[in-house]
Write a protein that binds this ligand. Sequence first.
Ligand SMILES: C[C@@](CO)(OP(=O)(O)O)[C@H](O)COP(=O)(O)OP(=O)(O)OC[C@H]1O[C@@H](n2ccc(N)nc2=O)[C@H](O)[C@@H]1O
Ligand SMILES: Nc1ncnc2c1ncn2[C@@H]1O[C@H](COP(=O)(O)OP(=O)(O)O)[C@@H](O)[C@H]1O
Length: 298
Amino acid sequence: MNSIILKGRAKINLTLDVVGKRENGYHDLQMIMQSISLYDTLYIRKIKAQGVRLSSNYAWLPTNEKNIAYRAAELFFEETGIQGGVAIEITKRIPVGAGLAGGSTDAAATLIGLNKLFGTKLTKASLMEIGLKLGADVPFCILKGTALAEGIGEELTPLSPMPYVPLVIVKPPFSVSTAAVYKNLDYKSLEKHPNTPQMIKHIENGNIQAIANEMVNVLETVTIPMHPVIEEIKAKLMKEGALGAMMSGSGSAVFGIFETKEAAVRAANYFKMNCNYREVYITSTYANGLNRKDTEEK
Ligand SMILES: C[C@@](CO)(OP(=O)(O)O)[C@H](O)COP(=O)(O)OP(=O)(O)OC[C@H]1O[C@@H](n2ccc(N)nc2=O)[C@H](O)[C@@H]1O
Ligand SMILES: Nc1ncnc2c1ncn2[C@@H]1O[C@H](COP(=O)(O)OP(=O)(O)O)[C@@H](O)[C@H]1O
C-alpha cells in the first residue's frame, strides 16, 4: 500500500463540565462528545525522502510543525522507530478555531493512516495514547462516535450512539483560542453545571428533545461575554426552529439540533441570507462504524 485517503470527523460537545484544575493548568472535565459528519479529507502517500511534507487547501494554514497533523506524523515515526517519509494533503472543510476539534481530528486521522500505511498494527488504544501527547481531544477523534470524556478529556467511555439528528453549525467570523478560554475560567464560581448522568439516560432512550433540553456547556460563561454574538446566534437558531442550540467546546461555533433535514435547511438558509454569515453548515451526528468507512486504501 502506497497511499491512503482518510476522513477526519469533527465533534460537538453535548455537555461540557469543568470539575477541577490541575497544577499544570489543565482542567478536569466531564463532557459528552459526539462525532459529526462534517469532515476534513487527508490524502497521505509514502515518499522517497525522509520526513513529513504537508499541504492544504488553505494557504494560511501552517505546513510545518505548527500544524498538528505534521506533528502527529513526526511523533508516529518517533514512537515506531520507522525512518519513513510521507506527503500529507489536507482538504479542510471543518472551520478552524471553532471548538469542533478540526486540528485534533487531522492529527487523529494521520495516526490512523500511518498505522495502516506502514503496517505497524498498533491497537486503537496505543494510537489513542500517542494521540494524547498531541492534544486532549485527539484520543476521542480516534475513537469517534458518542462518548463520555473525563480526566483532561482522554478518559473515554463509549456510550450508546446518539440518535441521528440533522445539525446546523454557524461559525461567526472569528476564532477562539481554547487556551485563552480555559485561562479565563474560574471553575469554582460556576453556577450552572450540566446533569451528565441524566444526559446519558436521554441518549440511551434516544429522546432527542430531552437531549436538546439537557445541553449545558460551562465554557459559554467565558466565551459569550467575550463574544456576545454567540448568544445571538443561539437565540436565532432557536427562533428558526432548533430543538436546542449550544456553543461547541470553547467556541466560536454554535450548533443547533433539528427535527428534520428540511427544518435544518430552512434555518441554514436564513443564516446565509439574512445574517451574512459565510460559515454555515448543514450536517448531522455521525455514528462510528455504522455503514460508513472513513478510510480508503490504495
Ligand atoms: C474545549 C475542548 C472540549 O472538547 O475542545 P475544543 O474547543 O478545543 O474543540 C477541549 O477540552 C480542548 O481540547 P484540545 O483542543 O485538544 O486541548 P489541548 O490542545 O490539549 O489544550 C489547549 C489548551 O487548553 C487548555 N486545556 C485543555 C484541556 C483541558 N482539559 N484543560 C485545559 O485547561 C490548556 O491550557 C491547553 O494549553
Ligand atoms: N490541521 C489543522 N487544522 C486546523 N487548525 C490547525 C491545524 N494544525 C494547527 N492548527 C492551528 O490550531 C488552531 C485551532 O485549531 P482547531 O483545531 O481548528 O480549533 P479548536 O480546537 O477550537 O477546534 C489554529 O490556530 C490553527 O492554526
